[in-house]
Unconditional design. Structure first.
Lengths: 673, 194
């Protein structure tokens, strides 16, 4: 199987090359046999990449250390589940994983879109093949996971301990699924630009794939935050690290697109903007990959420095040049068919929402690259850390939160004063009441106050929309309110799924604002000693050390500390934090010691304990942190994913019409509701 | 237990094989610590000043807050406080912490300490670039770009929103609907917000 896999990789490369060449030749000369041949080659490429991946998995699971990748990422005593996930734990395997997902996506996109997008598909196939060709070339000649060692070591080096975590088993695949899905809309955009078929039709297919990308990207980012929080031990979940930022860029751009596409569908506007967003999301994904793999910027999440970065830089520049040329020569075809009538309209609010999302994307990119720029311009090395990103992005994020409430409630074309008054009285009152309540409770942090006030405002706008819809169904069809709610969401998944996503956003903002109240303590405790601290809610905590214990587990030596925790005198439980020294099958340390955080989780706050080390015989050096509202991040992520799933779920055309996409006028004399 | 790289490699593959493995896996053999980036312990530079007073200039909590503003130089992207309380395999952040403690004990205030570190390491030792000179471009460019974008949108909206003059040759057709029906149609259009 391994040999077949190795050969399959090269055959897949040939298939991709043929699909690209024959595809473009067939599309430009309109020769159907070449177009069909390219399509079949693309399917074949997918099959061969699957076999190549299966071969590598076999090598990993059977510990075939004749392969450099297997020897460097696994060891005999590594649990099988992590041998499986080691596939994406290193540079070479993760690139093959990219190619695997891309090939599968490509085959699905071509299969599902061949009838609905007959005119575009001849160009979509070779564009996707060209992207796959690039990846396969990079794998075969730059980072081949099948490259062999000159000898066969007795054991491998093992997987980085930080990657031996369930979060890392799930986070990269989700992120890759999100990143790589941007390739499909990109290919459609290239096809639409080449054929000048820039009407709304191609957007239907594109929107579905952007949603796929957005959903996986959301889940991937949240899982990455969770992994960083429970595994890295620095006490937070987002550090504005370059690689984190790189994953955030396509998400921001996709989010902007999912809003602006509504304006194009509804009013035939923003065509240039939408094409630019589709293309930018893909370019941002490639840029992110370049940052992660080039070593150009040091990062917690980056792969080892390698020459692969130059491949990605070249591909990025080529993609920018090709798409810029295509867009600039098609500007006339991208002219809007309608005009914006008022600043106080949903179109305008979506425009500003897009501006903010893209503005945040720009500021994130700017902050990430500014150290390089500074060094190039002034020759001075600087650090752009979280304080910088927070100063720039928190105000922009709060403005975005405000628009999250305004956008969905404001009328299309032009909102009247009566419309504004009717829609916003309740939400404004909710916001003011929340602000007054928080001030009365003694909250003084300005950003947190704004975030919670806006959160209350947005939540009320969403509740109001649900209430209106449920009441209308209750009156019209006599449904119970719970049933009416279910039917309401089911009949217009796009709209109400979107609202659920907005609820997730509000919950996330509430969690982020909670960080303003984080408290941390640097603690040294011997067995039997205790430490007292006050949490952000004013509760008295006492931590009693149960001492340091040392023991061996499957593939590691563990040093652990148990802390008995009391809140206001009541025993809350025991928190265990560990320092692990991973070893290979002969007991030889394979990595630097790693930290296992002890977390006592609750809805209001986490008590987060990190064992930094042990000094002397049994003095544990620890950091104890009270992290308010961290669980809200995970809940917010889940709500967003749920909303995204609802939006994505296919809806029959008949139901979509019933849900209000096509208004049916009643004969004169009957009452309108 | 600390094992040198040489020792580790000798144990893993033994003899000549270890040399080959060193070359093959070289990129991943660096001391990476908790932050998963190569740590360069030679990056530590002493920051010392003669004591100014015998009274410490701040409390431990204030000192911890100050350490959040200083960038650990081991290559981890963390501040000194977070790095030293996360990962004992880093030798740089504890050394920098000792310098901070000595300066605090010597009576230097937060700004003096920041200045002393900046003098030794350069501005890269700060978690955010100082707000002066070229760095101002870093802080303000995103807002300038955003404002330019807003201005552009406003201009575009105004340009789009020109009153459409009716062609002189086109006559407005009479509408066969009562005022109530017209109002209802307008309401439907306004509420058509799916």
């Amino acid at each position: 199987m391994i040999l077949i896999g190795e050969l399959s990789l090269w055959v897949a490369l040939l298939m991709a090359a043929w699909a690209t060449t024959a595809g473009f030749a067939g599309a430009f000369t309109e020769r159907q046999e070449l177009i069909a041949s390219a399509r079949r080659a693309l399917y074949a490429m997918c099959g061969f990449v699957i076999m190549a991946a299966a071969g590598l998995w076999t090598a990993l699971l059977t510990s075939d250390f004749s392969f450099r990748f297997v020897a460097s990422e696994t060891s005999r005593n590594l649990p099988s589940v992590y041998k499986f996930t080691a596939f994406w734990g290193g540079q070479d395997g993760s690139l093959l994983f990219w190619a695997l997902i891309l090939s599968c996506y490509t085959a699905i996109a071509v299969r599902t879109g061949r009838k609905s997008n007959r005119e575009l598909m001849p160009f979509v196939v070779p564009t996707l093949s060209a992207i796959a060709l690039f990846f396969l070339l990079t794998i075969c000649f730059g980072a081949n996971p099948y490259s062999r060692l000159d000898f066969i070591p007795l054991d491998g080096r093992g997987l980085n301990p930080q990657l031996q975590n369930p979060g890392m088993a799930l986070h990269p695949p989700n992120l890759y699924l999100g990143y790589i899905a941007t390739a499909i809309p990109f290919a459609y955009a290239v096809g639409a630009l080449i054929t000048r078929r820039l009407d709304n039709e191609w957007l239907t297919s594109v929107r579905r794939w952007v949603l796929v990308s957005w959903l996986f990207n959301t889940v991937g980012i949240i899982l990455g935050m969770w992994w960083a929080y429970v595994e890295l031990g620095w006490g937070g979940y987002w550090a504005w690290d370059p690689v984190e930022n790189a994953s955030f860029l396509p998400w921001l751009i996709n989010t902007a697109f999912l809003h602006s596409i509504m304006v194009q569908e509804k009013r035939g506007m923003l065509k240039k903007w939408n094409v630019t967003l589709v293309v930018s999301a893909f370019l941002a994904a490639i840029l992110g990959t370049f940052i992660t793999r080039s070593g150009v910027i040091s990062s917690v999440h980056a792969f080892a420095q390698s020459s692969v970065g130059y491949w990605f830089l070249g591909f990025l520049l080529l993609s920018i040049a090709v798409t810029a040329a295509l867009v600039s020569t098609r500007l006339r075809d991208l002219k809007a068919t309608a005009e914006l009538e008022s600043m106080v309209s949903r179109e305008a609010s979506f425009l500003f929402n897009n501006l903010l999302l893209v503005g945040i994307a720009f500021s994130v990119l700017w902050g990430t690259l500014f150290p390089i720029l500074s060094e190039a311009v002034r020759g001075t090395k600087i650090t752009v850390g979280p304080p910088f990103f927070n100063q720039v992005n928190v105000p922009l994020g709060l403005l975005l939160l405000l628009l999250t409430g305004i956008g969905p409630l404001i009328a299309w074309r032009r909102a009247s004063t009566a419309n504004l008054k009717r829609q916003f009285t309740g939400p404004v009152v909710a916001g003011v009441v929340a602000l007054a309540l928080l001030l009365a409770l003694g909250m003084r942090d300005v950003y947190a106050l704004i975030a919670y006030t806006l959160g209350a405002f947005v939540l009320m706008t969403i509740l109001q929309e649900f209430r209106k819809g449920v009441e209308a169904r209750h009156r019209m069809y006599g449904e119970g309110r719970a049933v009416a709610l279910l039917h309401l969401v089911a009949r217009n998944r796009r709209r109400y799924g979107g609202y659920i996503v907005h609820v997730g956003i509000v919950v996330l903002f509430a969690a982020f604002a909670g960080l303003a109240f984080k408290e941390e303590f640097d603690v040294s405790l011997k067995g039997g000693e205790q430490y007292a601290a006050v949490d952000p809610y004013g509760h008295q905590w006492r931590f009693v050390s149960q001492g340091v214990s040392r023991y061996d587990e499957l593939n590691r030596h563990t040093t652990a500390v148990l802390l008995e925790a009391f809140r206001d005198g009541k025993r809350m439980g025991v928190i265990k934090t560990e320092k692990r020294q991973y070893v290979d099958s002969r007991g030889v340390p394979s990595f630097e010691p790693s930290t296992e955080v002890g977390i006592m989780s609750g809805l209001r706050q986490d008590v987060y304990v990190v064992l930094a080390g042990v000094s002397g015989e049994d003095t544990a050096e620890m950091r104890i942190t009270f992290n308010p509202l961290v669980w809200w991040v995970w809940y917010g992520g889940m709500i967003m994913a749920l909303g995204g799933l609802i939006v994505m779920w296919p809806q029959a055309e008949r139901r979509r019409r019933q849900a209000g996409y096509e208004a049916v006028l009643e004969p004169a004399g009957t009452s309108a509701t | 237990m600390h094992v040198t790289r040489r020792g580790f490699l000798q144990l893993v593959s033994g003899g000549s094989a270890s040399l080959a493995l060193t070359a093959a896996l070289g990129a991943q053999q660096a001391n990476t610590g908790a932050a998963n980036v190569p740590m360069d312990e030679a990056r530590y530079l002493p920051v010392r000043l003669p004591p100014r007073s015998s009274q410490p200039s701040m409390t431990n909590l204030q000192r911890d807050a100050l350490e959040h503003r200083i960038h650990c130089q081991c290559g981890c992207n963390l501040d000194v406080f977070t790095c030293r309380t996360t990962d004992f395999s880093c030798q740089v952040s504890p050394a920098m912490h000792k310098d901070v403690m000595a300066l605090v004990a010597g009576g230097y205030d937060a700004q003096d300490i920041i200045n002393a570190f900046t003098k030794v390491y350069g501005p890269r030792v700060l978690m955010e670039p100082p707000r002066r000179g070229f760095n101002l471009a870093g802080y303000f460019t995103p807002f300038v770009v955003l404002l330019a974008g807003i201005a552009l949108v406003v201009v575009l909206i105004r340009r789009w929103h020109r009153p459409v003059e009716m062609d002189a040759g086109v006559r407005q057709l009479p509408v066969d609907a009562s005022p109530d029906e017209l109002e209802r149609l307008q309401r439907l259009v306004r509420h058509d917000d799916s």
